[in-house]
Design a protein around this ligand. Structure first.
Ligand code: SAH
Ligand code: SF4
Length: 374
């Protein structure tokens, strides 16, 4: 019995006895909260098991999942469908975690950036981009990123940790709650390389497509190109859209700006893309950050057409967003326009993506939550 630990040190006598009781209660409280289960961290199967363990009927699992993922609640107390007694007893053994909103900034173009605090003191950023009838949220999958792409601020910082599935999905739940609305599209293009945190990302995708009822067609995962995981993704989370951060047309340049290319060079990456199963009329998106004098020549555009041959695809040309201390320059507008023209002539759909939220450092490659100013 743990109590014994305290009995010896507290000794006898009335005051000491009182102290001992307080210490024991403190300990129990601490221990109890340490053991309380975070319902948001549970998968569907784990929720079923939890409900059974509590002696509750099986339908309670579905009910809890519904309230957590659709009811926009922050605590068990808010589940008004449950009796007060049940809410009290559940709160004794379980809780529902929430991301802590640390900051919220709005850009002149309507883009919003949310800084969320995690339980261990780390923080992440999420970006909300309104566009006509769409509300797209760009979410993070890791704190930092270990891929070290030279043109990306996140990649220049020390990688910290993977996010858990519930922390990934909770970015969407939290934003829905904050805006009292509903995000319609999700892109995993925030901080981190999603395929380097594969299992948690797959579980998060299931939660979004399952209890959160977001169509998989409206979820896009962007990767720097971990080739074997691209194929595994098609098996474990079918129908999710795939985006590839290509950014170069030769191994020489890609090796230099995206170190992952040394492990999975262009041929291996493009093979994986060719084998990625696509439903009719679906396409892979290739993102191409335009770096002045590095990857923006007419020859690059022609090589890109060859690389993409036979892959149902579209290309997003992204003007480079500079940051303090970076070694690259944005391609001139004329170079971007010329590049697009060549792709279009080669029958490749190519869009020039407007960078949104630059004034609040919310644009692609500018996220650096938890790393302070500078
Ligand atoms: N790690 C994943 C997803 C996050 S990065 C990936 O690399 O795909 C999201 C997108 O931002 C990528 O397409 C990346 O090429 C782009 N990006 C990174 N840094 C950028 C910058 N400084 N300017 C413009 N786009 C950038
Ligand atoms: Fe990581 Fe993507 Fe940035 Fe590369 S571009 S460092 S993979 S977040």
């Amino acid at each position: 019995m743990q109590e014994g630990t305290f009995a010896g040190s507290a000794g006898r006598g009335r005051d000491k006895e009182t102290t001992r009781v307080v210490i024991i209660n403190d300990f129990r409280e601490k221990n109890r909260s340490m053991q309380r289960i975070n319902l948001k961290a549970l998968s569907k199967q784990e929720m079923d098991a939890f409900v059974k363990e509590q002696g509750l009927p099986a339908f309670r699992a579905k009910q809890l999942l519904h309230w957590i993922y659709e009811g926009r609640i922050g605590s068990i107390e808010e589940i008004t469908e449950l009796s007060k007694d049940l809410r009290r007893s559940l709160s004794g053994v379980a809780f529902i975690s929430s991301l802590r909103l640390l900051d919220r900034q709005t850009s002149a173009d309507g883009t919003e950036k949310f800084l969320f605090g995690l339980e261990d003191g780390e923080s992440i950023e999420s970006v909300l981009i309104p566009d006509k009838d769409r509300l797209t949220q760009c979410i993070s999958s890791q704190v930092g990123c270990a891929m070290g792409c030279l043109f990306c601020l996140t990649g220049k910082l020390k990688p910290k940790r993977n996010l858990r599935a519930y922390e990934i999905a909770d970015q969407v739940l939290s934003v829905n709650r904050l805006i009292q609305g509903r995000v319609t599209n999700i892109v995993l293009m925030g901080m981190g390389e999603p395929l380097a945190n594969f299992d948690e990302v797959v579980e998060a995708l299931w939660r979004m497509a399952g209890p959160m009822k977001i169509s998989k067609r409206k979820i896009t995962l962007s990767t720097s190109g971990i080739a074997p995981k691209i194929l595994e993704l098609s098996q474990k989370a079918p129908s999710v859209n795939l985006a590839i951060s290509l950014n170069a047309t030769t191994d020489e340049v890609r090796d230099r700006i995206m170190p992952i290319n040394k492990k999975y060079p262009l041929k291996v990456l493009m093979d994986a893309c060719r084998r990625f199963p696509l439903e009719p009329r679906r396409r892979i998106t290739f993102e191409y950050v335009m770096l002045g004098g590095v990857n923006d020549s007419a020859d690059d555009a022609k090589r890109l057409i060859k690389l993409l041959k036979g892959v149902p695809c579209k290309v997003n040309l992204i003007p480079f967003n500079p940051f303090a201390g970076c070694d690259f320059e944005r391609s001139p507008d004329e170079a971007v326009a010329r590049f697009q023209e060549i792709l279009l002539e080669g029958n490749i759909t190519a869009l020039i993506r407007k960078s949104k939220g630059q004034d609040i450092l919310a644009a692609c490659g500018q996220l650096k939550a938890g790393y302070g100013p500078g």
